[in-house]
Design a protein around this ligand. Structure first.
Ligand code: DHB
Length: 391
């Protein structure tokens, strides 16, 4: 089998890239190890930048984000029981949309199917070969057990944080930058009415909590926990008491409780692979970089990579102009490092370290006051959270 672009990974980044290439008349094949229903059932973050929403609606994927999603013109930063609203529209004239990432995936998978895209689900034993040659290859076993080899002109690794594509780049040809954090998130889904109209990022001396939503009847919430926390040790009442403790304040704010039907611990780290290219292999999304979830940047950053890579591939494969591909890694990394900084900063601002000394704790209070008490500090948050304009 031959194709022009072989894409490993059928998550949002790989599918969006395949979709944009198809619109420019460039053929691609996507191979993905999981099946569609399993990906759709995997809960991920739910905040989309305006640029992400525009890609879905203006590039002919689907308008469901506008009808099923919710526009949020601001968010609440709650610190030691006091709420401060950051008004995105007033500060930077932008909004974000609450629309779960698994629905973004579903819309993209449906669009690829509608447009006759070649997406292979449930493949096994995927390997990438000859990255440095003009005909890199993907080898895998199809869902029905048939061994397949795809010869392409360009390979794209969109296969997430455990990327096999990234690991196929020789150690001496890449640098892994990463840090770990001494905490994780305990995430829940509950059948309850919303506790608030917008997201609440809450910091208390007991740790961080995030009050998010999914619909009128289902809510998503998280609280900071230890990385090795055992979900089984937490029954509903203990979870609700812990979440409530982290948002308690003199305004008497109460969370709306309901039955909890999903509990997971999310470990996180900050990671960047440099460069995002090796020979004819290009990395996009989590395959090349991961951020902690605090700034809701993961999916948005993956789409930013795709916004840089898709036109570069079109220029190279349709018009023979390789300049965009040559610039891809440096261009994409510029935004990646800005988002890494914001995600790292927001994480450290809102979480509590066990070994924090009183100086560090008070410094953090000062930092919070500098953000929420100033139009300039708030605008920094608003601009970073809603997403910087493309370079
Ligand atoms: C959600 C997750 C995030 O990491 C975030 O920053 C905001 C919202 C969510 O799942 O709704």
């Amino acid at each position: 089998l031959t194709t022009r672009v072989g894409i490993v990974g059928g998550g949002p980044a790989g599918l969006m890239l395949s979709h944009l290439l198809a619109r420019a008349g460039i053929e691609s094949v996507v191979v993905e190890k999981r099946d569609k229903d399993a990906i759709h059932a995997t809960h991920r973050a739910g905040i989309l930048e305006a640029g992400t929403v525009r890609m879905l609606t203006e590039e002919g994927v689907d308008g469901r984000v506008l009808t099923e999603g919710h526009e949020h013109e601001g968010t609440v930063l709650r610190f030691r029981g006091h709420s401060h609203r950051i008004d995105f529209q007033e500060l930077v004239g932008e909004s974000v949309w609450l629309y779960p990432q698994n629905e973004v995936f579903w819309d993209l998978a449906a669009a690829r199917e509608r447009d006759g895209g070649d997406v292979r689900w449930s493949v096994t034993d995927t390997e990438v070969l000859d990255l440095e040659s003009d005909t890199p290859r993907i080898r895998f076993t199809d869902a029905d057990g048939t061994p397949v080899e795809i010869r392409c002109e360009v390979l794209v690794g969109a296969d997430g944080s455990q990327s096999i594509c990234r690991r196929a780049i020789p150690r001496e040809a890449r640098t892994d930058h990463f840090i770990e954090y001494p905490f994780a998130w305990f995430g829940i889904l509950t059948e309850a009415p919303p506790s608030a109209p917008e997201l609440i990022y809450a910091n208390s001396d007991h740790g961080f909590a995030l009050i998010s939503q999914r619909s009128d009847t289902v809510q998503r919430m998280y609280f900071q926990c230890d990385p090795d926390e055992d979900v089984e040790a937490w029954d509903d009442e203990r979870i609700w008491d812990e979440l409530q403790r982290r948002v308690d304040g003199p305004d008497g704010f109460r969370l709306e409780r309901g039955p909890i039907f999903d509990k997971t611990v999310l470990k996180f780290r900050s990671y960047v692979c440099e460069p995002l290219r090796h020979g004819n292999l290009f990395l996009v999304g989590d395959a090349g970089h991961t951020v902690p979830p605090t700034g809701a940047k993961g999916l948005n950053l993956a789409f930013c990579d795709v916004r840089v890579l898709a036109p570069a591939l079109v220029a190279a494969l349709r018009d023979g102009d390789d300049s965009g591909l040559a610039a891809y890694s440096a261009t994409a990394l510029e935004r990646v490092w800005k988002a890494q900084n914001f995600s790292y900063w927001a994480t450290n601002l809102m979480h509590v370290r066990r070994d924090e000394n009183p100086f560090e704790q008070k410094r953090r209070y000062g930092e919070f006051a500098a953000v929420t008490g100033s139009v300039h500090g708030s605008a920094y948050f608003a601009e970073s959270y809603t997403g910087w304009p493309d370079a």
